[in-house]
Design a protein around this ligand. Sequence first.
Ligand SMILES: [Cu+2]
Length: 264
Amino acid sequence: MTLESTRGAAGSGPERAGGDIEVDRGEPEVVTAWSDTRDGVAIGLLVVVVGVVGIMVSLGELLVEVIPFLVVFVGLAVWTARSASRSARWIAVALLMVFLGLNSIYASGDLAHPESAYAFIPTVVVMGAGLVTVVLAAMSALRHPATGRRVWMAAGAGFLVIAGASVIAAVRVEDAVARSGDAVVTAADFEYPAEVRLGVGAGVVVENDDASRHTFVVDGAGGGALEVPAGASSRIELDLAPGTYRYYCDIAGHEAMEGTLEVS
Ligand SMILES: [Cu+2]
């Protein structure tokens, strides 16, 4: 057996030729570690796909722009699990980074609000699994000797801690209590009522019937956005002069959530 064919069998690249002649000794272990890491990459890609499908089911909405990514991720998962191709893993690294980057705009708001656990936990699954998979795919392509199982166990433990903290934060959210004269605005199916009537000096209670977090912002009212966690309600006191104001939810992708506030 030539040195070249021995190296080929061990799965090391030619760039590792720096005198590492004792390839035979560690060969079976190395091969196991590589296929394990490859399986980790394939599992990660599928977790991302399942997580995104879960988010679409919870939103009750087909996110058309992510479908091509999901199809490609499933294909890459199969390719990675079945072949030792380094291209498959580099493509996975590149596409996952594009996917995570594009979605970070939407994810960052959800990740900043663990008390909206319905939105927070699936987002952590998708973004967390995506990042772990990027690391695994790069390590696997670079033939770093770590196993997918170990990385996933560490990531799984980290996820349980984060998800537990989110559930505790969600349970601790207290619903706002409406006072007499308050207007009640209900956010449902990602829509706000077209028109809300409000007396001068009265408060607004915003009830969120969705599994996503929402905000309540009134143009010209100042004071920033009122956060309304998933499935909860929040109250705000507005000091508005009589008139007509536009109100809306300022979360990216929720542009349809708006209406007018008639203060009299
Ligand atoms: Cu919203």
